[in-house]
Design a protein around this ligand. Sequence first.
Ligand code: F59
Length: 835
Amino acid sequence: MDVKTLRKTFEASLTDLPPVGMDVYSLVEDFRRYYSHTLGRDRHCQSAHYAYEALVLSLRDRLMERWKNTRYGYEAADAGHAYYLSLEFLMGRALGNAALNLGLDEETELAVSCLGMELEDLVENEQDAGLGNGGLGRLAACFLDSCATLQLPVTGYGLRYEYGMFRQEIVAGEQVEGPDHWLREGNAWELERHEYTQRVRFEGHTEWRRNNVGRKHAHWVDSHDVLAVPYDVPVPGYQNGTVNTLRLWKACATDEFDLGEFNAGLYPESVSAKNTAEQITLVLYPNDASESGKELRLRQQYFLASASLQDVVARWVGKHGGDFSDFADKNRFQLNDTHPSCAVPELMRLLMDEQGLEWDDAWRITSATMAYTNHTLLPEALERWPVPIFARLLPRLLEIVFEINARFLAEVARRWPGDTERQRRLSIIEEGPQPQVRMAYLAIVGSFSVNGVASLHSRLLTEGLFNDFFVLWPHKFNNKTNGVTPRRWLAWCNPGLSGLITTIVGPDWVADLSLLAGLAPQASDADFRGHWREVKLQNKRRLAQLVKADCGVVFNLEAIFDVQVKRIHEYKRQLLNLLHVIHLYDRLKRGDTENWTPRCVLIGGKAAPGYFLAKRIIKLINNVAAVINADPVTDGRLRLAFLPNYRVSAMEIIAPGADLSEQISTAGKEASGTGNMKFMMNGALTIGTLDGANVEILEEVGEENFFLFGLTADKVEGLRSHYDPAAIIAADTDLNRVMQLLECGYFNQFEFGIFDPILQTIRSPNDPWMTAADFRSYVEAQQRVAEAYKDEEHWTKMSILNTAASGRFSSDRTIAEYNRDIWKLEPIPPQNGTL
Ligand code: F59
């Protein structure tokens, strides 16, 4: 046989390799081989890390064949594909999820115990992939899980940060940030794909040349280029044989980048050039209170957009040559907030400058493939880039942005002749002493779909922030209420509750969460309630162990576990929570202890390193905790703990152990929230305002199973002009006493004045978060909580009804809606599918 035939035979043989065994025995065999022959460890190795790694490699083999079959399935179907572009994917740990989704959770546990180890101990060896700040990044991770579970051809594109979200330590009550070098011991899940490396340009300038038919053509010259090397991470669907891809780009220097200096003997200089290039994916940016124009951040954003789009276009050209007539039909780019919105001008550039299309054709394609999701209503969080920075870094892109804007404003002028004020308001370029590119406007103009993430949020977008655009293009706007994956957030993190649920509704709920509704009748079954309580108690025990280990605080298992975990931000009002805790302490000090319900309050979350007030709030929480926990009057009655380094893997222990979920943002400020959904699924009750997805949670579970309080979004806005916190404080004895305790320095005896900036915001008529306004209503709701908790049977009933009503908050439902309204993809099973 000639080499060509041999090669073809080899390639064909790759599709019918014998399947990798899915039984305990095969797992044990693979584990031993990886441990010994691949990792080269022997009986002298006591580090659990290598056992963890051997297990990952064993599971990865099982993913690998499904991964290939999935790709072949998509290729053969020649169907549409969606790309989720996001600067953040907060994946957390992958091991448990991979075992569960492969249907190997029991086998894995058995195999590991056959080898004299505990799965839990190995799992603990995995670093969280913390490539995100919070809700937005975790949403991207839940979405990938749901896309794979629904067998939708969706690929995630992101950045492979060397350092993820910073590690938070608490030193003397204050947040201290440390680097998160999550890749130090390697990442056995990822697969480097050198062969798909892309080249991304920066700086330089545009040169216009005529081609052979006399058409003017832009050339981006004298650029400083950086290589984008892809690392693929497998994303398994739930027991369906599908494995999708998360492709993360790493920035690498080109050879020529430093060759000149190197040859000239300028060794340190040549290395510094390499460093500049590779800095792009060195570290995740923590989101700040307001967005500052950091140049490196813009580099990251363009790097992601350009590498990803080039990758897609190259695959298209490989298959269809220069024929782009079907491109818009077959491709969708979902922009996770404005962060990747350079994709709009970048796709224009690729189609025109590199593929030779005319503006109108390129624009038809671009504006029919892009879809934008907004995640915030806070105007100060909207991204703007100073034109001079944009011009220097991405000169060619800015020309295209200007042209998009000119054509767009001409359209506005045709619709509203003479209305220059409207043109000024709608312009992608904000004029002023320092002109800025408004990234949200660029995304809206370039997209066929714009969505909010909860129904209230989407309504407020069209009525407020984006009203001018809504008037112009009402058809673009839609809502997609967020969800979370029930695989990680119930099936995996809460095996006790999952088992109990399965005894009632069968095992199918994991991929069809609406089936949880079948639990509702069990709420009136005393035996079932007993089992439910037993499981919750076990989960509270686990959570209490975590709190003891990480905070040194002992939680009483009989108490309400009252939990608020999320990024620290004024609008989320950790302060309101704290005012209530101080109020409870004040009651204890006054001897007002009759009918007391013991309560353990847990607060966790990271503050952006540059967000002064958020960091000071952490300090206040810790100071209050120190005073309260040391005072014997609180023994058995009240505890407060701040959990350091809140992250995905911590939430997997926290959500199952919580009784009460704090969702207390100022109404109209929290776009959706997703922690609220994780708590609800795990049977916690919510105390919350009518904000974000709380509105829909309340709708599902009913007022009688939810502790509602506070002003509505409309009321908040109505109150602004005459908000008078001083009067509210004076008229409310409890709040007055709390403020006195704070203001007399009760919690900062030797740290004079450090909390004054916080206290000033509470007393300010301009406090945007109106903390004082909701205090009374919040305390009353907390009293209802305390009362309700005393009736164990009734509380359990409400807990069951919360889980039963949580079906709507599966990200499977959310993704089904994205697909129905925006992507319109066909589900495609893998080729030669094995489950
Ligand atoms: C922007 C520019 C420069 C640097 C950082 C950022 C930036 C990064 C991350 C801004 C915001 C974020 C971020 O994490 N935002 C969110 O997590 N938003 C949340 O999104 C969730 C999912 O939709 C919502 O549930 C939640 O209400 C919202 O706050």
